[in-house]
Design a binder for this molecule. Structure first.
Ligand code: XUL
Length: 505
C-alpha cells in the first residue's frame, strides 16, 4: 500500500493505493475552511492588508495533518500496511523557520498535538501563497539585477514571477529584516510538510524547486546568482535539492505511535500539486495535455528538455519521475465560476444549461478576470454583464491564446480538478480547442500522483501503475462540436481584441 497526500489551497487529501490489486484502498479529505474554522479562512486563505496579498497559516496545514491521520485511524484506513508515503502541495508558498524547527522535529511527542509542538518555530506567522501577486517591485529588482526576465527564464525556467519564492522572499526580507535574520530555513509548503512526516528537515524536490526562480533548470542545482540577488544569505537558508522519488527517511514515530501507521514506512520528498498531477493523470511522457480545473486552472504536459515560454507567462518545472514539464497557470479558475454563480443567484444546473447552449457569431465573450490575472498579467475587470457562457468561453479562449508555446495541440486533452465533473465546462473546452476531452476515474490527481510516486520509489513499474490507476472514465469523453470551430475562431478574434485593449489601458 502507498499513501499520497495533497495539501492544496483549500484542503488536505490522502489517498492510499493498493498496487497489488490496482485499486484505491482509501481516500479522505480535510477542508480548511469548514473543518478548521478557527483559522478564519475563506477557501483556505486570508487576504493581507495590501491588495493582492494572500496568506495561509502554516499551523493550519499541520493541524490538518493531525486531523486527517485521526480520521484515517478512526475509519480503519489500512495505515499499518503502508510501505512508502509521498505528497504534493500547492506550489510556490514559502514557510519561514527558526533554529527551533529542527529540534522540534527530532523531539516530537505523540502525546502533544503538532500545533503545540511547532508553536515557536516560525519567524513569520503566515506563509504567502501562490495567489499572492504583491511582489512586483521585488520582481523588477531581481529581473534588473540578473539582466532581464528572459535571462531569468533561461536560468530558472520562468521569468521572475510574483508568486514564486524568490520575489516573495525578497519582499519579506526587505520589509522585516529582523525576521529574516532569525530565519534559519525557508521551506516550500511541500518540503515543510514532508519534513513533518519524516521528523527531520528534508530537501526540496526538482518539481517544486523549479517554481522558486532559484533553481538552475538545466543543472538542477541552486542558482547561486539568483539566490544572491534575492536577499542576504538566501542560499544558506535553502534546504538541499533532490529527486522527488528519493527516499528521505522513515515516518516519524509521532505518527506510528499515535495513529498506528507502519513504523517502517519510508517517506519520499514531496512535490508541487501540478507535477504530482502530471503523474496522477498518467502523462509522464510527451504527447498529451492535461488541463487541471481547480482553484486555479493549469495546462501542462511532460517534456524532455526545458524551453521557456517566449512571452514569459509559462513555466518549466521538474517532472517528478525525471525530465521536465511545461505549465501555464490561470488564477481566475474554478473560484471565479463559483463567484459568478453566486452573484447570478442561480443553481449549478442553470449554470451548466447556459454552458451547453450553442454559441453564435454574435455571442458575447467577456474577460474572465474577477481577480488580477497572471496569464496574462491583467487587472480585474467589471463583471456586471457576465454570463456563465461568456465567462467560461473567456477562460478557455484566454487559455488557447496563451498556451501556443506548449506546442501543437495534441489529439486528446485530459482533464482533472473539481469542476471537471461539469459536462458544460468540458464541452466548452472541447469546442474551443476542437479536441476530445477525456476524464479519468479520479478527480484527485495530485494525491493519486503522490501515491504513485511513492509506489515508483518502491520499485513498482510506472506503466503498470498508469494502467491500473489512470484509466479513462468509461463513456465520459466529450467530443467537440465541429460546427463550433468557425464560431470559436471568430469569438477568439473578438476576445484577442478585447484583451489587448484591456492590457493597453
Ligand atoms: C502553479 C500554481 C498553482 C498552485 C495551486 O504555478 O501557482 O497551480 O500550484 O495549488
Amino acid at each position: 500500500m502507498y499513501l499520497g497526500f495533497d495539501c492544496s489551497t483549500q484542503s488536505l487529501t490522502a489517498v492510499i493505493i493498493d498496487a497489488e490489486t490496482g485499486a484505491i484502498a482509501y481516500q479522505t479529505s480535510i477542508n480548511f475552511e469548514a473543518d478548521l474554522p478557527q483559522y478564519q479562512t475563506r477557501h483556505g486563505f486570508v487576504r493581507g492588508t495590501e491588495p493582492d496579498e494572500f496568506f495561509s497559516n502554516p499551523l493550519m496545514w499541520i493541524e490538518a495533518l493531525d486531523l486527517l491521520f485521526a480520521q484515517m485511524q478512526e475509519e480503519g484506513a489500512p495505515l499499518s500496511s503502508v510501505r512508502v508515503i509521498s505528497g504534493a502541495a500547492q506550489q510556490h508558498g514559502t514557510v519561514y523557520l527558526n533554529h527551533n524547527f529542527k529540534r522540534a522535529l527530532e523531539q516530537l511527542s505523540p502525546n502533544i498535538p503538532l500545533t503545540e509542538q511547532f508553536s515557536d518555530v516560525f519567524t513569520r506567522p503566515v506563509s504567502p501563497i501562490w495567489l499572492d501577486a504583491s511582489t512586483h517591485l521585488a520582481c523588477g529588482e531581481i529581473a534588473h539585477s540578473i539582466g532581464g526576465h528572459r535571462k531569468a527564464a533561461f536560468r530558472t525556467g520562468s521569468s521572475v514571477t510574483p508568486r514564486f519564492s524568490a520575489a516573495q522572499i525578497r519582499k519579506h526580507a526587505r520589509q522585516f529584516p529582523e525576521h529574516w535574520d532569525e530565519t534559519e530555513t525557508v521551506h516550500l509548503v511541500s518540503s515543510f510538510m514532508a519534513s513533518i512526516l519524516a521528523g527531520k528537515s528534508v530537501a526540496i524536490d526538482y518539481g517544486d524547486g523549479a517554481g522558486m526562480n532559484l533553481m538552475h533548470i538545466k543543472k538542477l542545482e541552486w542558482d547561486k546568482k539568483m539566490a544572491a540577488i534575492t536577499a542576504d544569505n538566501t542560499l544558506d537558508r535553502l534546504p538541499k535539492l533532490a529527486p522527488t522519488y528519493e527516499i528521505c527517511g522513515t515516518i516519524s514515530p509521532y505518527f506510528s505511535e499515535k495513529y498506528g501507521i507502519n513504523s517502517n514506512a519510508k517517506c519520499t520528498h514531496w512535490t508541487g500539486d501540478n507535477p504530482a498531477s502530471l503523474v496522477g493523470m498518467g502523462v509522464v511522457r510527451p504527447g498529451t495535455w492535461v488541463v487541471s480545473l481547480g482553484t486555479s486552472y493549469t495546462l501542462f504536459s511532460a517534456i524532455t528538455s526545458p524551453f521557456p515560454d517566449p512571452h514569459g507567462y509559462g513555466h518549466i518545472f521538474g517532472n517528478p519521475l525525471g525530465d521536465y514539464m511545461t505549465l501555464s497557470c490561470f488564477k481566475n479558475g474554478a473560484l471565479s465560476c463559483v463567484t459568478l454563480k453566486n452573484r447570478l443567484n442561480i443553481s449549478w444546473g442553470q449554470f451548466e444549461k447556459d454552458l451547453l447552449t450553442p454559441r453564435t457569431l454574435d455571442s458575447q465573450v467577456t474577460l474572465p478576470f474577477y481577480e488580477t490575472e497572471i496569464t496574462p498579467l491583467a487587472s480585474a475587470v467589471d463583471q456586471s454583464d457576465t454570463t456563465p457562457s461568456s465567462h467560461v468561453d473567456g477562460q478557455f479562449l484566454n487559455m488557447r491564446l496563451h498556451c501556443q508555446w506548449h506546442g501543437e495541440t495534441p489529439e486528446t486533452i485530459v482533464v482533472t480538478g473539481g469542476i471537471s465533473v461539469s459536462d458544460g465546462i468540458c464541452q466548452t473546452l472541447a469546442n474551443v480547442f476542437q479536441r476530445p476531452v477525456q476524464r479519468l476515474k479520479t478527480s484527485s490527481s495530485a494525491s493519486l500522483g503522490a501515491a504513485m510516486v511513492a509506489a515508483f520509489a518502491d520499485g513498482i513499474d510506472i506503466d503498470s501503475l498508469i494502467e491500473d490507476f489512470c484509466t479513462p472514465l468509461e463513456g465520459s469523453t466529450i467530443e467537440p462540436d465541429p460546427s463550433m470551430e468557425h464560431i470559436y475562431q471568430v469569438l477568439g478574434e473578438k476576445f484577442t481584441d478585447k484583451i489587448y485593449k484591456h492590457l493597453m489601458e
